[in-house]
Design a protein around this ligand. Structure first.
Ligand code: C5P
Length: 290
């Protein structure tokens, strides 16, 4: 092989997230429309005698490189289950803020599973791969394919949906890491589970936004108690020119804004950067497939 094998780990967005009851395993049942943005972490894999991880990139400082990193944990599990004898050098470029509701760690783990399948030429059957992904974390299964999906269960029941219409997407993180478990622990009122997956795709961004207006992210309220800056961020994003919808993703603190196209999203990004130069602000689009 010439050079390392590269795998994208796109940012996950929960366009809505309804939380149901707490289950026996300590997790909550969910229903969520999950989309992926055309930005994310990057993984490079090279054959090596040992199996190890290096991390760099704008958000790489302080990211663990041992087994408490989900990407390395995923690699070890994959090696164990497939009986692969070789090693790999896994280089992770962390472009996404950590503990930010964008599923970065989950996307990294899923990208490692996809990449090692190719590097080591060891294929697990689909069910086994999905089970392995789900055992690593609630969001890992949906990141295996990184396509628009309907998510249920604690996150492990994933059904692909048609690609989303052209949309300008703005991602903003105010720089506070928000641990998912803390947000779930602060959960009070929740909408509960009451939707079915849409039968067909959304015609255009306005149809999508009309649909999303009937939904919520049940984790927004508890995230605001854990990180009050989330409330301020949402107010700022809702006041942006041409924004069609602003909402938090996952357990926060990253919020996304949806716009008619990428040009108005970019204009909003420029405006926001002048007012909040310390925030992480990225304009993007939806993507299907990494
Ligand atoms: O699986 P993951 O590590 O992403 O989940 C982090 C924490 O978020 C879990 O330990 C749990 O407290 C909470 N969680 C939950 N229900 C879910 C997903 C996550 O309660 N469906």
């Amino acid at each position: 092989m010439n050079g390392p094998l590269t795998v994208a780990a796109p940012a996950k967005l929960n366009l809505f997230l309804h939380v149901g009851d707490k289950r026996g395993d300590g997790y909550h049942d969910l229903e969520s429309l999950v989309a992926f943005a055309a930005c994310g972490d990057e993984i490079a894999l090279e054959s090596h005698d040992d199996l190890f991880l290096t991390v760099d990139g704008p958000f790489g400082v302080g990211v663990p490189t041992g087994e408490d990193n989900l990407a390395l944990k995923a690699a070890k599990l994959f090696a164990e289950r497939t009986g692969a004898a070789g090693g790999a050098r896994i280089s992770l470029r962390k472009n996404l803020p950590v503990a930010s509701g964008l599923g970065g760690g989950s996307a990294d783990a899923a990208a490692v599973l996809r990449g090692l399948t190719r590097l080591w030429q060891r294929e697990l059957n689909r069910n086994e791969l999905c089970r392995m992904a789900a055992s690593l974390g609630a969001d890992v299964a949906v990141c295996l394919d990184s396509v628009t999906a309907w998510m249920e269960g604690r996150g492990e029941c994933v059904r692909a949906l048609p690609p989303l219409p052209r949309t300008g997407v703005l991602l903003v993180n105010p720089g506070v890491p928000v641990p998912t478990a803390q947000v779930f622990a602060a959960l009070g009122v929740r909408r509960g589970l009451n939707l079915r997956a849409p039968k067909s795709g959304f015609e255009d961004v306005h149809t999508l936004v009309r649909y999303l207006r009937e939904t919520t992210n049940d984790l927004e309220a508890p995230a605001k108690t854990v990180a009050p800056l989330v409330g301020e961020l949402l107010q700022v994003m809702n006041a942006l020119p041409d924004v069609l919808l602003a909402r938090m993703s996952g357990s926060g603190a990253t919020c996304f804004g949806l716009f008619a196209n990428e040009y108005v999203a970019s204009a909003a990004a420029r405006l926001l950067r002048t007012r909040h130069p310390q925030w992480w602000i990225v304009e993007s689009t939806f993507t299907d497939g990494s």
